[in-house]
Design a protein around this ligand. Sequence first.
Ligand code: ADP
Ligand code: MG
Ligand code: ZN
Length: 483
Amino acid sequence: MKLTYEPVIGLEIHAELQTNSKMFCACSADYSNAPEPNTFICPVCTGLPGALPVLNKKAIEQATLVGLSLNCSINEFNTFARKNYFYPDLPKGYQISQYELPIASKGYLDVLDDTENPLRVVVRRVHIEEDTAKLAHEKNYALVDFNRAGVPLLEIVSEPDMRTVEAALSYATKIRAILRYLGVNSGDMEKGVLRFEANISVRPSGSSELRKRTEIKNLNSFRALTRASAYEIDRQIKVYESDGEVVQETLGWDEARGVTVSQRGKEDAHDYRYFPEPDLPPLQLDRTWIDSIKDQLPELPDAKTQRFIKQYELKRQEAILLTSEKSLADYFEGVVFKSNSPAKTIHSWIAGEFMRYMNDSGVALEDIKLSAEQFAQLIDMVTDKTISSNSAKVVLNEMLKSGGDPQEIVKAKNLAQVSDTGFIQEAIEKILSDNPKEVEQFLAGKETIVQWLMGQVARATKGKADPNVAKELLVKALEARRK
Ligand code: ADP
Ligand code: MG
Ligand code: ZN
């Protein structure tokens, strides 16, 4: 019998916080908008002797928000630690991090696994640290830019609770959504503000042992996370199948070749010689302060999804889509608020034509020219039959491309539907006398011919005839031809 394997995945997620200044100094943390390399720097973030770090209060607030959102307990007593290692992007020769007492621990996040079943991933800890400088590798030398050095960084560590790549992806996606909801991270992975590390092992299905794992560093996109994890699972299975042993090590992901590559043997905690940071006193948070941060928590994706299902009678998948981004959920509710049409109808327009335009054009929701109010007006014109839904699609695309008022566009394009029976009647009479054969067929019992005749009516009236009115008149005119 062939042995089957079960992957075991734990994720470490690094997220830069969106504060104005760096973690331990007053330098701007907005390094991607720095005028030049090495301009947002000072003695603290370049590690000059004698410079002393000072905690960034905003970063502590944001870290607390994240901890609370992930159902963690917030530790009132926080200490900072030095994680020692040498690398040119780390000017002090150590990173200030948290080791024994992180800001938040023992939380969880509920996600859906590959079969859409709920899975609770335990969040082991959330701790505060600082980002490193950036290295640019040239042919015979490397350049260091310290603008990023000391930018507040959060590390979110999960337990090895995921069993499929899909579950890991689902967890990572949800963490990103929560960070964006909280406004503490842009989620812009191309800029490196959010990075994943996947810890992976495989074991025989049914076993509960934790086997040797590898850690894939610096995965900068969901695609890289997915591909690298899948590759690594496969690779480890092959190692076991050929009676080999998986070596605990740190791997990199070679995007171009689609393979994981060994970087170094995995270090253990003792390799870092962690010790308490002597330059920062322990941080004592008090309960009332933590509670005041709790009060700032916005409605998070799961709660919003539940509310949308109830309040707007949406299906779960529909609500999940709309709440995937806070801006999209807000936009949807803005349209609902301004419109007289059912929320379901508004969901269809947003999930259909509107999102198609955004995907095709790559325009971000923030840059969309169409106000919620204009969108509501347009949808209401379809609901009250002023225009057909096909015409509305034309108007919508025009508004998305060039802005404008829906009523004016409808007028300019002469798209208003006509329920004026005289005008429609005239068109029908002409069609029936031009197509005697089809009339015969109808009278002989072929009722499906009505659809074809309706098409002729739509053409003759340039889509402006209200279809319900037109159908009624058409059938009446046909029946009148029975002797
Ligand atoms: P370290 O602190 O040395 O990096 P940890 O044991 O604390 O190592 O775990 C780091 C990450 O690796 C966590 O996300 C954890 O869930 C994951 N992990 C630990 N053991 C395994 C394993 N056997 N298989 C997969 N992931 C694991
Ligand atoms: Mg690690
Ligand atoms: Zn500085």
